[in-house]
Design a protein around this ligand. Structure first.
Ligand code: TEU
Ligand code: CA
Length: 560
């Protein structure tokens, strides 16, 4: 298998708004990130992916960009960015930018021109349609509630927005849009950045004729992300191959496509090892396993056998032909220790072991390395996320859901759970800001914070540091990065165990993802004589045919 630096990396995702505030306005910023580079160096990561830092009115916290080549006022200046990039490179840390080009902000100059008149040269930069029988052109719903179409009085037409109405979709079928995007990407590459995470890149090619989509149970609109909708559209691979030819292939970049709705066949194309499109993709099947039949607003738990089957499918299918990203957390997902664990540090370490010993590039989301948990927001007034707030109002005002039960689901699944301020220490506001934070701080910051964990050799932080060290520096790094994967005991409802094999070495990974003591019989065929323990989150477990596992115990051995 071809080796590459981005296959041997561990990426740390920063949500700048909530990471570190350097000027006391309650909002994280670039200088705040600069001040924490040594912390990230200590953790051992070698790539930072920053959520968008470009000019934005922040309708969707920066995922609505009004100028791709300038820095958001709240985050600082382009000089601050240049200083951050240089300082990261000095520490051997690469920086990957968040590329949001499925849509812009409605305040972007392209859209201001496009909406000004039907014959403006920029009109076809976006997707405009006449009303149909006096109504929206089709039944598509926005991911942030309501219709995906917004009526524009000036030119008496609708424009498409798959997200908020302040995020009009770009028309990628227009070669002038592709030219403008590729020019902007080249401008950033010439500044020396190290790659792009590409926001909903699987959605840039819309289906011919924009057909109505099925309306799911408990839904009010057609689901654009269902098969045949906006994901994996007719020209998406053609446009990405063009992007690769015209921009990506000219630089040494890591690229990861955020591919809502991606399946294995499309992933093998997006993340093809032949380098024709992207380095890797984010797939979302595993973090969709606890979505109800209607939508994500439920409190269902993830079934472990289903999770084992799904993650194993991706390990088997992409091995040797494409490349996996490995994540449980990001700025859109609730905290995994609350979703799959029991909020305990030991369960956080167990979950991390499951992910970090697989084949693929692991992503650590800010605070995940501390075991940060979901936040008790309580009232809907304490939420800031457009997705949660709009869903609450649409679903309760339509009578589809009752406020109390829906609020329980929002508490469990809201993106805001990942967006509470990073917990640096036990001083006011967890050391995130000296001002009033833009969103509430999780009250458990007095117990869960970086300062305390840096001082505790048994902390979640030091466990992540060890996992990252195993992958990046240890004598086992090639087995961990490139070894083949084999799931063990698929039917076990609590223990997630698998092998990694490369040459004469086999790694045995055993994780008891349950609060119960468990005996686990190591399947036949797994032989060992001089086993060596790589990592464990408990007293060293005796390696015998029947392992006696404590609650949430994880252990990895190298077997020769
Ligand atoms: O998210 C894409 C996406 O599908 C989201 O709707 C996400 O899956 C969902 O919120 C999970 O419940 C990307 C960005 O990551 C997200 O932050 C942006 O809001 C969205 O695109 C629009 O840019
Ligand atoms: Ca600030």
């Amino acid at each position: 298998m071809k080796q590459a630096w981005w296959k041997e990396s561990v990426v740390y995702q920063i949500y700048p708004r909530s990471f570190c505030d350097s000027n006391g306005d309650g909002i994280g910023d670039l200088r705040g990130i600069l001040s924490k580079l040594d912390y990230l160096k200590e953790l051992g990561i070698n790539v930072i992916w920053m959520s968008p830092v470009y000019k934005s009115p922040n309708d969707d916290n920066g995922y609505d960009i009004s100028d791709y080549q300038d820095i958001m006022d709240e985050f600082g200046t382009m000089e601050d960015f240049d200083n951050l990039l240089a300082a990261a490179h000095e520490r051997g840390i690469r920086i990957v930018m968040d590329l949001v080009v499925n849509h812009t902000s409605d305040e972007h100059k392209w859209f201001v021109e496009s909406r000004s008149s039907r014959d403006n040269p920029k009109r076809d930069f976006y997707i405009w349609r006449e009303a149909k029988d006096g109504h929206e052109p089709n039944n598509w719903g926005s991911a942030f509630s309501g219709s995906a179409w917004q009526w524009d009085e000036t030119t008496q037409m609708y424009y498409l927005h798959c997200f908020s109405k302040k995020q009009p979709d770009l028309n990628w079928d227009n070669p002038k849009v592709r030219d403008a995007v590729f020019d902007m990407m080249t401008w950033w590459c010439e500044k020396g950045i190290d790659g792009f995470r590409m926001d909903v890149i699987s959605m840039i090619s819309k289906p011919e004729g924009l057909p109505d989509m099925p309306v799911g149970e408990g839904q009010l609109y057609g689901d654009t992300m269902a098969p045949g909708g906006t994901c994996n559209g007719p020209h998406v691979h053609e446009y990405l191959q063009e992007m690769n030819r015209r921009v990506l292939s000219h630089y040494d970049l890591m690229t990861v496509g955020e591919c809502a709705g991606v399946d294995i066949p499309n992933a093998k194309r997006y993340a093809n090892c032949d380098g024709s499109e992207l380095s890797m993709v984010f797939q979302f099947e595993h973090v969709g396993l606890d979505s109800g039949s209607a939508n994500k607003w439920c409190t269902d738990k993830i079934s472990l056998p289903a999770l084992k089957e799904n993650l194993s499918k991706w390990q088997y299918e992409l091995n040797g032909v494409a490349w996996n990203s490995l994540f449980f957390c990001n700025h859109d997902q609730p905290r995994i220790v609350s979703r799959l664990g029991d909020n305990s540090p030991k369960s956080a370490k167990c979950i991390a072991t499951v992910l970090h010993m697989m084949q693929g590039t692991p992503y650590v989301y800010q605070g995940e390395e501390l075991g940060m948990t979901n936040c008790p927001f309580g009232s809907i007034k304490n939420y800031r996320d457009i997705e949660s707030i709009n869903a609450y109002h649409e679903l309760t005002e339509s009578g589809l859901r009752q406020p109390e039960e829906l609020l329980e689901c929002i508490a469990y699944k809201s993106r805001d759970n990942a967006r509470t301020p990073m917990q640096w220490d036990d001083s006011a506001n967890a050391g995130f800001t000296t001002g009033k934070p833009w969103i509430m701080v999780n009250p458990n910051y007095t117990a869960i914070n970086a300062k305390a964990e840096l001082a505790d050799p048994d902390s979640v932080f030091h466990y992540y540091q060890k996992l990252i060290g195993l992958r990046r520096q240890s004598k086992w790094k090639n087995e961990i990065v490139y070894g083949d994967y084999q799931l063990l005991a698929p039917e076990d409802p609590e223990v997630f165990s698998y092998l990694r094999r490369r040459g004469k070495t086999t790694l045995l990974v055993v994780c008891n993802l349950s609060p119960n003591n468990r005996d686990f019989v190591v399947p036949d065929g797994v032989m060992w004589d001089n086993a060596e323990l790589l990592i464990s989150n408990d007293e060293t477990p005796e390696l015998t045919k029947t392992l006696h596992l404590t609650p949430w115990q994880a252990a990895v051995w190298a077997l020769r």
